[in-house]
Design a binder for this molecule. Sequence first.
Ligand code: NAI
Length: 337
Amino acid sequence: MKAVAYSIKPFEKEFLAKANQKKHDITLISNPLNIETAIYAEGKDAIIVFTNDDVSASVIDKLAELGIRYIVTRSVGTDHIDKDTAAKYAIKLSNVPSYSPQAIAEHAVALAMALNRKLIKADHNSHLFDFRNDGLIGFNFSGKTVGIIGLGKTGMATAEIFKGFGCKVIGYDEFLPAGDDNILRAELDDLLASSDIISLHIPLTPDTRHFIKKATLDKMKNGVMLINTSRGAIIKTSDLLLALESGKIGNLAMDVYEYEKGLFFEDHQHDIYKDPLIRNLLARENVIITPHQAYLTREALQEIANQTIYNLDMWQQDKCVGKACVCAKNCRAVQLK
Ligand code: NAI
């Protein structure tokens, strides 16, 4: 199969090469997909994208014109793809349904730990030979209540780590009934009101956009720690800033940002204009931000590459990609009949 992979970072190449074993003819480019760069897909069967590529209706129109029949995203999330437009052209879609939930969970917890124990500031001070303890007080995780919103793969993996710390872990999931997973279920309002730490693990959909906004923030404990490793737009950033200002949120850890498209994954140090919302967040000592890197472990990168190539293999043989199918019209169900 001939494919072009957009937004490829140098560190991804070895993992893709190892997974591909020269089976598919893949052109790797660092540019993100957008209406201008869609032309690189000319003569290809498939495109391979990532979370911040523009796979909106107008770009898919262009891709269809160029003859693209398959789109695979190297991510779990598929919120960046206009699935209905792809279905209109019978373009097949796939994702990487699960690569390493532990990678995401460990990063969520790493952010929480670094933030709580002021590790960034402490290390910075140590480098300056300032070894005072002033301003470095944190709190014990042990004994605290952690609320996990979204009890899928990453939510459950995060819950397990916090349980290991001696936390009381409670969870809310709109679609997943209580099972034998040992996570105490809570109604959303109860979770918001009783958690000292809240970690978000839901996908971004039209229903979950701004899931965390003034109304939900108001229900949280004063001084709550909020962790977001799922998708930026799950939180309404303008309301978040007000909650930080008022002290409602005591600590904020985020790996994703509502307006990260065109910002994250690139070096913007020398830009004259800098997004004022994220500048405001970055100026606060009780906020830690990483650039959408929760997935970034060697194990996860290899799994992503393996599943990406597997999806191309299946399509080449005219087979269904199984759980990786994310087509709007459930082609998986049709094909599996
Ligand atoms: P998953 O599909 O295993 O779990 C998501 C859970 O959220 C499901 O159990 C679902 O029932 C629940 N859910 C959906 N809508 C809900 C709602 N309105 N209220 C409550 N629960 C709801 O997905 P997984 O693997 O845990 O990933 C979650 C999200 O994390 C992905 O969709 C992706 O956006 C993000 N992610 C971020 C990464 C990063 O590098 N920062 C890497 C991987 C995933």
